[in-house]
Design a protein around this ligand. Structure first.
Ligand code: FES
Length: 206
């Protein structure tokens, strides 16, 4: 892959004012989007007692922990502790923040900012993500390619497949479809993607 960016989710899967769990190598992520549309990827661990921030809720530009309501603003800084509303939280109370940008309808994450921006795929749009219980090489091979970005024929269309290594023997498969596809073609692509997942999980790659 000609970049250190990792595809972690599709933009449409994280609508405004929502949060979801994700992964980046060994790191658990809370991927969230503010009410104004700003995307962020933070460590999925509340500095208070370690609960998952991906279970939290978004109000405006702030992600709050579901457990005791501590609120975190831009840069991961704690900005509100409901039990002590008069207190300005110390600067040290901060969530570790990862890089997150969007390109081609995909949310890309990285530990440090890579030199190059994430890849763009003109003519394609984000379609859907699946999780597959397989090694990245097995999935790439089943798509007729190698590496973590594969252009493949699937369900009668040419697609871009972004493969995200996950822990526990799984991968994320983020599919980009040609922009011009109609509903029936997208349905066929969905069916083909699910059939591919079954084949790969059963170890049948031919
Ligand atoms: S664990 Fe998050 S606010 Fe208490």
């Amino acid at each position: 892959m000609p970049t250190d960016w990792t595809p972690a989710a599709l933009s449409d899967d994280i609508p405004a004012a929502s949060a979801a769990p994700g992964q980046l190598g060994p790191h658990d992520l809370a991927i969230w989007r503010s009410a104004s549309g700003r995307i962020a990827a933070w460590a999925d661990r509340c500095p208070h007692r370690g609960m998952r921030l991906s279970h939290g809720y978004v109000r405006g530009e702030r992600l709050s922990c579901i457990y005791h309501g501590w609120g975190y603003g831009e840069g991961g800084q704690c900005v509100r502790i409901p039990a002590h509303p008069e207190l300005t939280p110390p600067e040290a109370i901060k969530v570790p923040v990862f890089r997150a940008v969007e390109a081609s309808g995909v949310i890309w994450v990285a530990v440090e900012a890579p030199e190059a921006p994430p890849p763009e795929f003109p003519g394609f749009e984000a379609f859907r993500s699946l999780q597959v219980k397989a090694a990245p090489e097995a999935l790439a091979g089943a798509l007729g390619g190698s590496g973590l970005v594969v252009e493949a024929a699937l369900g009668g269309a040419t697609v871009v497949a972004l493969i995200q290594p996950l822990r526990d023997g799984a991968v994320g498969l983020h599919l980009l479809a040609p922009e011009a596809l109609g509903a029936a073609e997208l349905d066929a692509l969905s069916v083909a993607a699910e059939a591919l997942r079954r084949r790969v999980e059963e170890g049948v790659t031919a």
